[in-house]
Design a protein around this ligand. Structure first.
Ligand code: HEM
Length: 134
């Protein structure tokens, strides 16, 4: 395995992002999982989702057994040229405005929940006060 000397660019590896042609990058190494993807116990989807980026964190997050780690050697085809590998696919942050809007709605509801009983109590006292001296 250590005999493999291929060094691939990220651009080259990320072209192989289909079930019929699937390469992933894990810990700086490139694996051709085309023949394995359909048999992967974790499913083909997760592997496809790990293509086109550095798949290391996805792979690590899944937690693989020693058996899985041994298996990987079979699919090792070379190393990655680490100069331009994105850590993740492009990340689009959630819309901040929407978030803070829903936060403030929540806050108003909470506030009213406390305020309402106090207002009712005040109203009850007021009614009592004004209707007492007849
Ligand atoms: C050379 C690459 C890979 C090999 C040889 C491999 C092999 C395996 C094996 C044998 C299992 C069964 C459980 C175990 O023995 O650990 C497994 C489970 C799993 N793998 Fe992979 N895997 C590879 C890459 C990936 C990648 C890139 C992901 C991306 C997320 C992934 C996600 C998972 C998940 C989520 C499971 C858990 C399935 C479950 O417990 O239901 N694997 N893998």
């Amino acid at each position: 395995m250590a005999l493999h000397k291929n060094v691939y660019t990220f651009e080259e590896v990320s072209k192989h992002n289909k079930t019929e042609d699937c390469w992933v990058i894990i810990s700086g190494k490139v694996y051709d999982l085309t023949s394995f993807i359909e048999d992967h116990p974790g499913g083909a989807e997760v592997i496809l989702a790990a293509t086109g980026k550095d798949g290391t964190s996805d792979y690590d997050a899944a937690g693989h057994s020693d058996y899985a780690i041994e298996m990987m050697e079979k699919y090792f085809i070379g190393k990655i040229d680490t100069t331009n590998v994105p850590q993740t696919r492009k990340y689009t942050p959630p819309e901040q405005d929407q978030y803070s809007a829903s936060m403030s709605t929540e806050f108003v509801i909470k506030f009213l929940q406390y305020l309402f009983p106090i207002l009712m109590l005040g109203l009850a006292f007021a009614v009592r006060y004004y209707t007492r001296k007849e």
